[in-house]
Structures are given as C-alpha cells and as structure tokens.
Design a protein around this ligand. Structure first.
Ligand code: GLV
Ligand code: MN
Ligand code: MN
Length: 418
C-alpha cells in the first residue's frame, strides 16, 4: 500500500539555519558573498555540505572538475532523479544564488531519510562547480563537462585572469585526475530539477510565490580588446589622439543602444567588466579590454545582436584609428524546460494550492545544459526588489520555505516515494 506523503514538508527552521550558517562562514562582512569555485570559501562550503550529508548517511562523490553528487547508498542501481544547483557566487554576490537550491535539496533528502520513505527512484543532489564563470569568464563550467560540451582540452584553454589554467588549479587543489567518463549517464537519469531565486522583479511585483520556468535565456559573451596609443595626458594635444578608452566608451554606448533598439524587450546586452591599461589618471589609455554579454530566449536574436555590435565596434575603431580584436568567451543556447516536467510542476502547484506563474529565466542555469538530454524543470521563488548578483540579494523566509516545500513535493512525486 502506498503511504500518503502529501503532508510531508521540509524543516523550514533548519533550512534557514543552514542558509544563515553558510552565509556566516563564507561572507565578506558588509560586502556580500564572494565564493569562487576552488577558492577558500568554496572549500568551506563544500566541507559544510559534506558534513551535513554524511550526518544522515549520504555517500558523496566529487568528480574531476569539482561537481559533487550526494546519494543514498542503498539506492544503487535505481533510476536517478537529479536535483541541485551551484554553490559558487559572483564577486560580492548575494547569499542565496545557487546555495539556496543546493541546501533545499539536501534538506529534502534529510526529510526523506527522517520519514524513512521508500522511493523507487534515487533522488540525488548534484552540486555544479563554477556555474558563475567567476574564475574563467565561462559560465556553467561544471555542467558543460557533465554534458560533454567541455572536455579534456578545456582544462588548458580555460584560464583565469592571472593566466592559470583550470587544469592547474584542479591539480593544485587535489581534485581527481580528468576522467572522460565523468559525463552523465543519460540511460539512468530520468529527470532534473533546479530550485533557484528568480533574480528578477516579476514574482515579487505580482505577489506570486512560485515561478515555473518555461524557457531559460541563452547567452553569448565576447571579449573585445581595443588597442590605441598611450601617451602623456598633459603634453599630447586633443587632436590626433588614439585613446583606447574613449573608443571603448563609444562602443559601450552602442552596446546599450543595440540592447534597447534591437532587443525590443526580448533581449539584453551588457558590458560588465572592463580593464584599462595602464589605468593612470595622467596617461592616455593604451589598451582597453571589456566583455560584451548578450542574452535572449531566442538564439538567432543573440547572434544577430552580437553581429551588429561587432560591426559597430569595428566602425568606431576604424574611425578612431584604433586596433580592435575580439574572441568569444562563452556561449550557451537558450532552452525550453521539458513540457512534461512543466506539467508535473503545475500539478504540484495545484495539489499544494500554490498560485504560480509560468515564466522565462533571464539568468542562465545549469538546468539549461541538462535540458537537451533529460526532462528538466526549474522552480523560482521571488527575489526582493528583483535584486541579485549584489550583496542586497534577498528573499522572504516564508518564500524560501515555500520553494523548498514545493521542490520536496515535486521530488516525492517524480521519484515515486512512499
Ligand atoms: C548566472 O547567474 C548568470 O546568469 O550569469
Ligand atoms: Mn548567479
Ligand atoms: Mn545561480
């Protein structure tokens, strides 16, 4: 006989405590959380997760690039339902991005253990490494390795700002040697769920507690380098200067207008990172390197806007006698969540009596990498003021608990727990 699992909820107080503890352990007081993959704070976070998982008997494996899998050891051989998110952050990011979904899955698994449920599928927590691209500029790194988009050669090609490669960092940190078999075994995996804060204003503005994601934006990041002629800022006349920063400034305004005029509310374009050489108040800038990031739910729109931006950059550089080159740093396709998974999440909402909104995600997520291979779904909770990737990122405690309860209910259904 099937037990009635409909009343099972997460321990909300414990989840909030976990989130608070993780924040306390890894924040930079007053400046949000900077928890880059493979750094000190990441090590702290991993240790915390491992200790929590082991405390209720999970087995834990870490792969060659730092993705982690938390499993019930007795589940060996069962079909798998993956659920998880990431634990890394952007520079001075918030306390919920990624870690909220990760700790919620851990709490869901702890409740399954406490209730001694018998699930016909194995619910496994996956923690994706280097989702934000904070080290190498390339987002979704761990899930790209798990899905075969990245392979051995990317251990050398992905380099941080200091020119240190991913492979060198992994070796120094003692991760296991690269194993081509780290790719997920799609024959065994039957679903993937990710719970996340929305990171935008929609749910909070509409006063709705749950978002069910239809489609995740894709993104392309191109790094431009403008090379001009450095010179004395006082002794060089204004006419005839080849000021790389003035050219970049003109280019950056073009990025904004392409985002507005060509994006038409369906795409966004951002310059978020810039480096000026030599960066002195009394030196005409010799060289400027900056990133251009374009995102949309439509892949053609991303390419069309980026092409127009490249065209305008070249035009500015020709006019100002500046050398310009560029290279693609990252690309992820937009993807839709699986219709059956969306339907299951809608059913869950109806069963729980939770108002929900079907919506797109402007942020990228590891779920998007897995979506072409396995039925994938995403759940959002509101972000206060729509703010994220900043220290002010926040969500009301009741919304955090609601999202985790929702995730648990969906997982119990998916894994056929009784
Ligand atoms: C990840 O958070 C991204 O959307 O950049
Ligand atoms: Mn993020
Ligand atoms: Mn995230």
């Amino acid at each position: 006989m099937k037990n009635d699992v409909s009343g099972i909820r997460v321990n909300g107080t414990r989840l909030l405590e976990d989130l608070e503890k993780m924040k306390e352990k890894t924040e930079t007081p007053g400046q949000g959380v900077t928890r880059f993959s493979y750094g000190d704070m990441d090590r702290e976070a991993r240790a915390y997760l491992i200790e929590s998982g082991q405390s209720f008997g999970l087995s834990i494996e870490t792969d060659s690039v730092g993705n982690m899998f938390f499993r019930f050891p007795e589940d060996r051989g069962k079909p798998v339902i993956l659920a998880g998110s990431h634990i890394d952050t952007v520079q001075n990011g918030g306390w919920l991005d990624g870690i909220y979904g990760t700790l919620s899955v851990l709490e869901a698994m702890r409740r399954i253990r406490e209730e001694k449920l018998d699930c016909s599928k194995s619910i496994q927590l996956v923690v994706f490494a280097e989702e934000e691209g904070s080290n190498f500029g390339s987002t979704l790194t761990g899930s790209k390795f798990l899905t075969g988009k990245y392979g051995r050669n990317n251990l050398d090609t992905l380099k941080n700002q200091e020119g240190v490669s991913l492979g060198e960092i992994l070796a120094k940190e003692g991760y296991p040697p690269y194993d081509a078999d780290m790719m997920l075994d799609w024959r065994r995996i039957q679903g993937m769920l990710e719970l996340h804060i929305e990171q935008g204003p929609v749910l909070a503005q509409q006063g709705i507690g749950i978002g069910i994601v239809d489609r995740i934006y894709g993104m392309k990041v191109v790094e431009f380098t403008f090379v001009g002629v450095g010179n004395h800022a006082g002794a060089s006349p204004m006419m005839g200067r080849q000021d790389a920063l003035a050219a970049a400034a003109a280019g950056i305004l073009e990025v904004e207008s392409c985002g507005i005029d060509l994006g038409q509310g369906q795409a966004v374009a951002t310059v978020g990172k810039i480096q000026v050489l030599p960066n002195g108040s009394n030196v005409i800038p010799q060289q400027v390197t900056f990133t251009v990031e374009v995102r949309s739910a439509q892949e053609e729109t991303i390419h069309a806007i980026m092409e127009e931006i490249q065209y305008r950059m070249e035009e500015i550089c020709n006019r100002r006698n500046i050398r310009c080159h560029y290279r693609q740093v990252a690309f992820s396709k937009p993807d839709s969540m699986n219709p059956k998974m969306v339907a299951l999440l809608e059913e869950t909402a109806n069963r729980l009596g939770e108002p929900y909104l079907r919506m797109n995600s402007g942020a990228v997520h590891d779920a998007c990498m897995l979506a072409p291979f396995v039925p994938t779904g995403m759940i959002f909770v509101p972000s206060l003021g729509g703010r994220s990737h900043v220290p002010q990122e926040d969500t009301r405690p009741e919304d955090l608990i609601r999202g985790a309860d929702f995730l648990l209910a969906a997982l119990l259904q998916l894994a056929d727990c009784k």
